[in-house]
Design a binder for this molecule. Structure first.
Ligand SMILES: NC(=O)C[C@H](N)C(=O)O
Length: 310
């Protein structure tokens, strides 16, 4: 059995230095959990879902528990899953009071004829699918509350806060089953601090927050969602791959192109159909990690890379 390719990110933006270690701890554990799941189930989809669910549980990330707050001080979460064989996708937006939006997105992909469910109807569907309700108190961390307070104090516009105050980021996991070439993309977020209630970001939108096609590659993005959507960031990266760029160049070129053309900053993780990995970001930082031949490679700043044994 060949080893799977698994890459995760823990968000792009102006991440304060004191958040580096919690992010490293989170992404390394996410990779380990994904690998253990793959060994048990041989499913790259299960593996990436488990990685994202773990980060949704971790308050160091802006997804599930730890999600940032909107202008009304509420949590509205979003997620996208897409698989590369038949290019099926499942998305949710504006969901509340569940622990794992990525699991709900998968239910949309596998148990409905649709791609995208929103708000109260998405929550109704979650209930039907047997999801447990979690309280606002469980999801809402003190960092998220402080983030919104700081947002109001500084009079920021959501467009200039990038990933929002509090320095926590969206999460993503992409993977490739090296035996079958099958690929998956999973992304989950609370959005950006101080977003309007009802604001939909890039994360649940195929072609913006993620994309997956076994014939080309798999992608998960993070960063300023309103910019990412306008630029169709994931789709741009796909185009670059199709035009022959390596995944690293495909990702970096598209993130830089977005920042230059529409503003904002972003990051992306990429696996090409040949199993090559790409990491790119136009933000000051993005937490990323991948697994190769029993070694985990990880980093958060440009040009920086650490390694640790699986
Ligand atoms: N941290 C993030 O990646 C935020 C997300 N892309 C959004 O704008 O909703």
């Amino acid at each position: 059995m060949s080893e799977p390719v698994i890459v995760v990110h823990g968000g792009a933006g102006n991440i304060p230095d004191n958040r580096d270690q919690p992010k490293f701890d989170g992404i390394l554990t996410a990779i380990r959990k994904a690998y253990a799941t793959y060994q048990k189930t041989s499913s790259i989809t299960d593996a990436c879902q488990v990685a994202v669910e773990y980060m949704e549980d971790e308050p160091a990330f802006n997804a599930g528990r730890g999600s940032v707050l909107n202008l009304k001080g509420e949590i509205e979460m979003e997620a996208l899953i897409m698989e590369g064989k038949d290019m099926k996708a499942g998305s949710v937006t504006g969901v509340r009071n569940i622990a794992h939006p990525i699991a709900l997105a998968r239910k949309v992909m596998e148990n409905t004829p649709h791609v995208f469910l929103m708000g109260a109807s998405a929550n109704e569907f979650a209930e039907k699918m047997g999801f447990e309700t979690v309280s606002d108190d469980y999801l809402m961390t003190s960092d998220a509350r402080i983030g919104l307070d700081n947002f109001f104090k500084s009079g920021s516009e959501p467009t200039t806060t990038e990933i929002g105050h509090g320095g926590v980021g969206t999460v993503g996991a992409i993977g490739m089953d090296a035996n079958s070439g099958h690929m998956i993309s999973c992304t989950s977020t609370g959005g950006i601090t101080g977003k309007m209630a009802g604001r939909v970001g890039d994360t649940p939108v195929p072609g913006a927050g993620g994309y997956c096609d076994n014939n080309v590659g798999t992608i998960s993005t993070t960063g300023h969602g309103d910019s990412i959507m306008r630029y169709c960031l994931a789709q741009r990266i796909m185009q670059n791959l199709e035009n022959g760029d390596t995944p690293d160049i495909a990702a970096q070129k598209a993130c830089d192109g977005m920042s230059a053309r529409v503003g904002g900053s972003a990051g992306a993780i990429v696996i090409s159909k040949s199993g090559e990995i790409g990491i790119g970001f136009s933000s000051p930082k993005m937490a990323w990690a991948f697994l190769k031949n029993g070694i985990i490679y990880y980093g958060i700043r440009k040009g920086e890379q650490f390694t640790v044994k699986l």
